[in-house]
Write a protein that binds this ligand. Structure first.
Ligand SMILES: NC(=O)c1ccc[n+]([C@@H]2O[C@H](COP(=O)([O-])OP(=O)(O)OC[C@H]3O[C@@H](n4cnc5c(N)ncnc54)[C@H](O)[C@@H]3O)[C@@H](O)[C@H]2O)c1
Length: 345
């Protein structure tokens, strides 16, 4: 496929459980992409999707798809433990790959996928979906334009009665969202992490955790993830010296709010040894946010990267970096919540 080619990118979706059908629907909706194949080990799920995607070749065997020379790309939405093996097979078969988050179960696997994709000049993209959310894009832009000032804290809460995964803990399942947003806004990853969780009670699986991430420059981010909360909260709060912002993706009409509120702390004169506190209490502003499904933007990025031969915003490297942070979180849990450095490239 070349940049100007009018040919459709023939794409298959692998894994049609909870999330895969959303990816399949968005492949169908993306101009220049064609949903050519569907794959799941579960025949019933496959049959249900085939009805919605007439013309797509359906199979329970990935190799049936990979053997097809007309297939250009594979989208993987299977359990995390299978990402590496399936993505590797697809890349080795010469297919561009979009894989669900997190990229793999460990950084060694993630590194191998990045290497194979680079050697073969194939697109390897990770679905860090929130980078493609118009509200997050607006927030990142405002930060870069200096509208928030210097960041003083980031506080993210992502809790609800979650779909408890069998192969990963809650940190690996939910925190990739928060961490990818923070890394994207700041343009860098955390230096170290401290993870706190109660002793595991569900078959050794951590279902709730607090993460403290040190991004340097006096900036700490706190991320709270929980699969057991009876209420659903998605609050991503960013505190800056000029303004603060709240991103709440459950608020359909006003997902982003800017607060001209905060506290200015200034050291008093030497002899008084006091901190002078002054409060700002101004307007709350709700910027206009485009109503686009983030997965639409994900597919548009995947498709244009394939055509233009460029790296996606959420490429294999960013997927690898995120896996390193998750590994550090696990090491911190194993070390009684000690602060643990994140491996760097
Ligand atoms: N980006 C997001 O917002 C988001 C949301 C939910 C889930 N996810 C991710 O999507 C992935 C799947 O999650 P889910 O909740 O849909 O899981 P799920 O268990 O509901 O579905 C996984 C499907 O994969 C199939 N499968 C497993 N091994 C396979 C194989 N070798 N070949 C073909 N099919 C196979 C299973 O039969 C199942 O139908 C995970 O990586 C998860 O992290 C992402």
């Amino acid at each position: 496929l070349s940049a100007g080619s009018g040919e459709a990118i023939e794409t298959a979706v692998v894994g049609l459980g909870y999330w895969g059908p959303n990816l399949a629907r968005n492949v169908l909706m993306t101009p220049g992409m064609k949903l050519s194949g569907l794959c799941d080990l579960d025949r019933a799920l496959l049959d249900a999707q085939v009805d919605l995607c007439p013309g797509a070749f359906a199979t329970t065997r990935l190799d049936d798809l990979l053997d097809r020379s007309d297939l250009d790309a594979v989208v993987i939405a299977t359990p995390v433990a299978t990402h590496f093996e399936l993505a590797k097979r697809a890349l080795l078969a010469g297919k561009h790959v979009l894989v669900e988050k997190p990229l793999a179960s460990n950084s060694k696997q993630a590194e191998e996928l990045v290497t194979i994709a680079e050697e073969r000049r194939l697109v390897l993209m990770v679905d860090h979906i929130f980078l493609y959310s118009p509200a997050v894009q607006k927030l990142a832009q405002m930060y870069h334009d200096g509208e928030l000032g210097q960041l003083q804290f980031i506080d993210s809460v992502r809790i609800n009665l979650g779909l408890i995964q069998q192969d990963v803990n809650v940190i690996w399942d939910l925190a990739p969202h928060d961490i990818s947003i923070i890394d994207h806004i700041l343009g860098r990853g955390p230096r170290s992490i401290r993870a706190v969780a109660p002793p595991s009670h569900y078959a050794g699986l951590t279902t709730m955790a607090h993460l403290h991430l040190d991004y340097g420059d006096d900036l700490m981010a706190s991320v709270h993830v929980n699969w057991q909360s009876p209420v659903k909260i998605r609050h991503f709060l960013v505190g800056g010296t000029r303004r603060s912002a709240l991103y709440n993706n459950l608020d359909q009409s006003e997902p982003l709010k800017l607060y001209d509120r905060g506290v200015d702390l200034v050291e008093g004169p030497e002899d008084r040894r006091r901190i002078l506190v002054s409060y700002r209490s101004g307007d709350v502003l709700s910027p206009k946010i485009d109503k686009v499904e983030p997965l639409q933007n994900v597919m548009a990025e995947f498709s244009s990267c394939i055509r233009e031969g460029r790296k996606p915003l959420s490429d294999g490297w960013s997927g690898l970096q995120l896996v390193r942070v998750l590994e550090a979180a696990d090491r911190s849990l194993a070390a009684n919540s000690a602060s643990v450095e994140v491996d760097s490239a």
